[in-house]
Design a protein around this ligand. Structure first.
Ligand code: HGY
Ligand code: MN
Ligand code: MN
Length: 417
């Protein structure tokens, strides 16, 4: 960092990341704070306590998004930073948490430096970014940006049978704050996040300048066949749901390879019934996660999957039910803001690389409505959604300092982007 620039307090940020990571900590490392569980509540309570200790005004909206704001000299549209603090069940310390706590650290640094920004500066965490308990992912920011209706979100039933509305009430985070008009109320949204992929780590790059987020298609399929004896039922007489689920898993893998390098396909959840060694499965429930930075290509992959499944269901005389769990188009971030982040990073002598995000992020919900961009820091060996997720304290500090410098630039200009 060049000497004339301000710096965040890296130790304080690491301490907060570690103490948040103690909530929902797993034996042997890692974190599990699935959205709206008791551990999510405890994590929320801890971060809200830090926000309040800084004297920030804290608002909670009807889907449980929490926004803390430092007043500015003028009541202008704010600069918002944010991300999420819910995790997958095999989560790490950094996914989401880094963006929220680095945003808090930026605000605390402004306070330490007695800097009153020209405009308000806010940091938020958004409900259920991960989507693994309740689909879709980015649920809280999708409601915040009016991409998803509040009612639909509240009525969503999760993989364990609970509803979002009931769980929000149970943990005491169903707030009443009004949703903003993002176009009017937010001048820019900035999210610091770990890359969660191998690119920056492999190329030894310090800062990722994120140009956009790829499209996401989540579908759930229920196949119904006929259970039968594994020893007496000839192969050609079977209506085997498990077989077709396995064939689809192999098919989407081949499909992604045939559409390389940008198509991704994952069957992440699979449940067979009766799930017994000597019974032909009469039921299979599985999910397909398709991603591509190009919308037309993503639609092509969805169409190929639909065709294959209908052929297989017919050939094996099964019933099929399909449910769309999430569908977000690719987004591009604001070029001026992307350029600004790149300039700030380079002027601080950090190596940079422009890239598209493989993972979904709350930022993609802001992109259509206000100047939005993301800053990435490396993930060791690209590991994430895994208890061994790791980003070094130096890399954490680098990202948070670029966030600080960018916010300082945006808050000293009347036109933020
Ligand atoms: O699935 C995703 O990309 C994000 O982690 N929710
Ligand atoms: Mn994330
Ligand atoms: Mn994640």
């Amino acid at each position: 960092m060049s000497e004339q620039t301000f710096c965040i307090n890296a130790d304080r940020l690491m301490r907060r990341l570690k103490s948040l990571g103690e909530i929902g900590a797993l034996e042997g490392g890692g974190v599990s704070r699935l959205a709206l569980t008791d551990s999510d509540k405890k994590g929320r309570d801890l971060v809200v306590s830090w926000m309040k200790q800084l004297g920030l005004s804290v608002s909670i909206d009807p889907i449980g998004n929490v926004i803390a704001t430092l007043k500015g000299k003028q009541d202008l549209p704010c600069i918002m930073m944010g991300s999420h603090i819910d995790t997958v069940s095999t989560g790490g310390l950094f996914d989401g948490n880094l963006g929220v706590l680095a945003g808090l650290e930026v605000i605390e640094t402004l306070i330490d430096l007695n800097i009153t920004p020209e405009r308000p500066v806010a940091v938020g965490f958004f409900t259920n970014e991960e989507g693994s308990r309740f689909a879709p992912d980015m649920m809280g920011s999708a409601v915040f940006s009016k991409t998803l209706s509040l009612q639909t979100a509240l009525e969503t039933v999760g993989i364990d049978g609970a509803s979002v509305g009931d769980e929000l009430q149970r943990i005491g985070y169903q707030g009443t704050a009004e949703f903003p008009n993002i176009k009017q109320d937010i001048a820019a949204y900035l999210e610091l996040h770990i890359e969660q992929g191998p690119v920056l780590d492999e190329q030894n790059i310090e800062i990722g300048v994120v140009e956009g987020v790829q499209g996401i298609s989540w579908q759930e399929f229920k196949l119904t066949g006929v259970s039968n004896h594994a020893g007496t039922t000839p192969m050609q007489y079977r209506q085997d749901a498990g077989l077709v689920a396995a064939k689809v898993t192999a098919f989407v893998n081949e499909l992604a390879l045939s559409m390389a390098p940008n198509q991704l396909a994952t069957v992440g959840a699979l449940e067979l019934k009766p799930n017994l060694i000597n019974v032909v499965s009469n039921f299979a429930l599985f999910t397909v996660d398709l991603r591509n930075p190009d919308e037309a290509e993503l639609q092509k992959a969805e169409a190929a999957l639909a065709k294959y499944i209908s052929e297989q269901v017919k050939a094996h005389d099964l019933q099929v039910e399909k449910k769309v769990l999430a569908r977000f188009q690719p987004v591009h971030f604001n070029p001026e803001l992307v350029n600004r982040i790149e300039k700030v990073a380079n002027s601080n002598n950090f190596s940079t690389l422009r890239l598209f995000s493989g993972a979904g992020h709350d930022a993609q919900m802001f992109a259509p409505h206000c100047s939005t961009a993301m800053i990435f820091v490396p993930s060791y060996k690209g590991i994430s959604h895994n208890i061994n997720e790791y980003t070094s304290p130096e890399q954490v500090s680098n990202g948070a300092n670029i966030l600080l410098q960018t916010v300082l630039e945006l808050t000293s200009h009347h036109t933020a982007h």
